[in-house]
Design a protein around this ligand. Sequence first.
Ligand SMILES: C[S@@+](CC[C@H](N)C(=O)[O-])C[C@H]1O[C@@H](n2cnc3c(N)ncnc32)[C@H](O)[C@@H]1O
Length: 307
Amino acid sequence: MTAPKGNIRRAASGGSNERTYSMTNTTGAARKNNKKSGLQGVDGNETQQDDAANPERNWFGYTRVDPREKTARVLGVFDNVAGRYDIMNDAMSMGIHRLWKNRLIRDIRPQPHERFLDVAGGTGDIAFRLFEATNRNAAITVCDINANMLEVGRDRALDRGYGNALEWVTGNAEALPFPSATTTTDGFGGFDVYTIAFGLRNVTHIDKALTDAARVLKSGGRFYCLEFSHVDNPILRRAYDAYSNAIIPRMGQAITNDSDSYQYLVESIRQFPRREALKARLIEAGFSRASYTTLTHGVVCIHCAIK
Ligand SMILES: C[S@@+](CC[C@H](N)C(=O)[O-])C[C@H]1O[C@@H](n2cnc3c(N)ncnc32)[C@H](O)[C@@H]1O
């Protein structure tokens, strides 16, 4: 199905409380917009302190890069795979990513009156589950730095008969294009639930993303991060490492014609913070009651915290 174009909103500027957007409607324009929305306003004022607090910012997988380059390279990865992203997810996880995502939704227990923000929402997998869990009766905003991923998601939403019920917005998790929950006067009042699934690992400055999550959540609002984690059992870890190093990049080559993007995926998983470290960083960002649940022997983890 070819979707009518023009209903993905692009943030006019990241990190402010503005709610002014412009439209994007072609792949070429999307790329340009990605460059603007993704790189704007996040790397301008770097300090030694940022460096210490966000060690991930200098690592694109195992390659050491400038933070600006990291953001650009991550954009490139998802530009390359957007069209085949969903097929590849099923192939690489043998469908298990669906179980992990379903488990996330069960933990959230979404309610129809709640307002959801799915950051790094890509092609809409989490948003669609939230929508169905609320009997298609919730306000859901999907935000992603990559307009190509959102375009695939928006088309999927139309194919499912959701019309324009979901809001699709390009923006960087580090500087979300939404007002602060505490300062809005327009009746918006902030989001009840913030989700980020398999997205935080790709963010250049994780702490900025966590702080911005707290900024847009209502007091008492809930934060959920579903992300790859670390397998503790040494025997299982060896098997998992062997599978991911040997198979995933080859599968990426066969399905998306791009092994490098999936090599990055494998490497970025290894670089992601340990569970206890991320829990501490959530507290540091202003959350309380941070906790986590590991799934599939630590292959993934659901982090949860309260604003
Ligand atoms: C692995 S996909 C996950 C998509 C979806 N959440 C899912 O679970 O299928 C990661 C997504 O994170 C997005 N992303 C990467 N860095 C981001 C950032 N700084 N801000 C917002 N989105 C980002 C990518 O564009 C991509 O769509």
